[in-house]
Write a protein that binds this ligand. Structure first.
Ligand SMILES: [Zn+2]
Length: 165
C-alpha cells in the first residue's frame, strides 16, 4: 500500500505531515483504517501509520504521558473513562458497593491528572486527552483519530525553524 510505503520511506526523516498538502492529508487519513484494539494501542498504531514518530510512556515528563511527539511539542494521554472519571460520560458509572471508596479514589485520580496537565502546560507542552469512549466503535473511532491528527498538525512546530528548508 502506497501510504505504508511512504510512511516507511519518509516517515522517520520528515514525518508525513510535512510534505503533504491538506487535501492529500485528508485523503491519506481516509484510507488508513483504525483497528479495534486496546485504546492506547489503537491510537499509537494509527499515528504510526500516519507517519508520526513518538516516544511512549516517557517518565521524564509529568504524568508519564502515553504518547510524546517532541517535534510537535505535544503529549497525548489515552484515558480509561472509569479510572480517570470521565465527566458526564455514560460509560463511567461508580460500582454499587463501596461507593465512597471509589468516588474518593477517582476524585484523586482526576486531581492528579489536572496537576500533570498544569505542569505539562507550564513546560509549554500541548496536552491532548483521548477518552476510551471516543474509540468505542468504528465510526466514532475514525472521527476521533482523524480529529486527533488534525489537532496535532495545528500545533506550531519550533523544530521547523532550525531545519533550514
Ligand atoms: Zn468516556
Amino acid at each position: 500500500m502506497i501510504v505504508g510505503f511512504l510512511a516507511r520511506e519518509f516517515g522517520v526523516r520528515w514525518g508525513m505531515g510535512d510534505f503533504l498538502t491538506p487535501q492529500r492529508r485528508s485523503a491519506m487519513m481516509a484510507r488508513i483504517r483504525a483497528k479495534d484494539t486496546k485504546p492506547e494501542l489503537t491510537v499509537r498504531q494509527y499515528l504510526f501509520r500516519c507517519g508520526f514518530r513518538f516516544r511512549i510512556h516517557d517518565k521524564r515528563l509529568p504524568g508519564t504521558p502515553d504518547i510524546v511527539l517532541p517535534k510537535y511539542r505535544t503529549v497525548i494521554f489515552v484515558h480509561g473513562c472509569f479510572w480517570h472519571g470521565h465527566h458526564g460520560c455514560t460509560h463511567f458509572r461508580l460500582p454499587s458497593s463501596h461507593v465512597d471508596f471509589w468516588r474518593a479514589k477517582i476524585l484523586r485520580n482526576r486531581e492528579r491528572d489536572q496537576e500533570h496537565l498544569d505542569r505539562l502546560e507550564s513546560l509549554s507542552w500541548r496536552v491532548i486527552v483521548v477518552w476510551e469512549c471516543e474509540l468505542r466503535n468504528k465510526s466514532i473511532r475514525e472521527a476521533t483519530l482523524h480529529g486527533l491528527v488534525n489537532e496535532i498538525w495545528e500545533v506550531p512546530r519550533d523544530a521547523n525553524r532550525n531545519r533550514g528548508d
